[in-house]
Design a protein. Structure first.
Length: 94
């Protein structure tokens, strides 16, 4: 039996609220792009840069995980339509 975690439920409700706003989706999408969540973090010959990039990537993966739990349909749209114009992104809803 799973125990409900009210704090986690609130976090996911917050993510859903953000993703339901056009400005929130633009911001979320920008954070995903900056984190390079789906890209490689390795930097040839520079372990410090690799570690830094991996930290950014880990934050992006956390954002994707939260979006997937809060609004799975939108997560699919974020991943499959990465380069859509902003005007179309504004039409998405959870």
């Amino acid at each position: 039996m799973n125990k409900r975690d009210p704090m986690r439920e609130q976090e996911l409700a917050d993510v859903e609220a953000v993703l339901n706003l056009p400005a929130g989706r633009r911001f979320y999408k920008r954070m995903l792009a900056l984190s390079n969540a789906l890209g490689a973090s390795y930097t040839y010959g520079d372990t410090h840069a690799t570690a830094f990039n991996e930290g950014l990537r880990r934050m992006g993966i956390s954002l994707l995980n939260d979006a997937g739990q809060a609004c799975p349909k939108l997560l699919h749209e974020l991943l499959s339509n990465e380069n859509l114009p902003e005007v179309i992104i504004d039409e998405w809803k959870c």
